[in-house]
Design a protein around this ligand. Structure first.
Ligand code: SF4
Length: 230
């Protein structure tokens, strides 16, 4: 279902290209110079763009905003090493998409099945706020990741930025997406594209305040699994 175009390059080539990207001067400056958090002061930060991770043959694509400064940008793997990751990966494990709930480092043994995770913007932005230009600069990498997911059935957008990023992808495919609004639990079905599910982002700001609970995220993942073609 999800193939939008022939892949431009294979997964390894795309990964290499993303990791070497220096297209956004502000984000390059930030990632190379940001001061490590005190609790990670002895660690060597990744400080490069963070490509997606998981099962590119999977039916589910999960999109976040960007790697966290002390999470993905520290460890080198998306949704790894911070509180958002723990919340999300615990839910994915419970839903059967991950072999464990622990996501702390690239050597922790985490394996996703039927599921691939990525971010709309591959570099951590200051204050979690990419500029519109940075957002646009990175969009073609998302397009290429999606083109590699030949079995894609469902896309889970975590937060309004990820939702907007996927609408941008659909728009570049020539689809009409005006008027589609982000709301937690919203589901949009398209005749020629994977179904889009929306959830609040599992950031501590949302999970600590109860805006996103474990039950809410589990409910979205259960809907996704229920809707997979039998
Ligand atoms: S945000 Fe994307 S386009 Fe910009 S430098 Fe990072 S990888 Fe490259």
């Amino acid at each position: 279902m999800g193939r939008s175009a022939m892949p431009v390059r294979d997964a390894q080539d795309l990964r290499r290209t993303i990791i070497q990207c220096r297209h956004c001067p502000r984000l390059v400056e930030y990632r190379e110079n940001v001061k490590p958090r005190a609790s990670f002061a002895r660690e060597r930060y990744w400080r490069k763009p963070v490509p997606g991770f998981g099962d590119l043959n999977g039916r589910l694509l999960v999109i976040g905003l960007a790697p966290a400064t002390s999470g993905g940008m520290r460890t080198g793997r998306i949704f790894t090493g911070d509180l958002s990751s723990t919340f999300l990966v615990t839910a994915l494990h419970s839903a059967g998409f991950a072999n464990q709930s622990r996501s702390v480092s690239i050597s922790d043994g985490l394996v996703y099945t039927d599921c691939y995770l990525t971010a709309a913007v591959k570099c951590a932005p200051p204050g979690d706020k990419p500029t519109p230009t940075e957002f646009a600069n990175c969009a073609h990498y998302l397009d290429e990741e999606i083109s590699l997911m030949v079995n894609l059935e469902s896309v889970l957008a975590l937060g309004s930025f990820a939702f907007k990023a996927y609408l941008g992808h659909l728009s570049r495919r020539g689809m009409a997406v005006r008027g589609l609004k982000f709301a937690h639990g919203e589901v949009y079905r398209f005749p020629e594209a994977p179904t889009l599910y929306a959830s609040y982002h599992p950031s501590p700001r949302n999970t600590n305040t109860g805006k996103l609970t474990r039950a809410m995220l589990a409910g979205v993942l259960a809907s996704i699994k229920r809707d997979f073609p039998k």
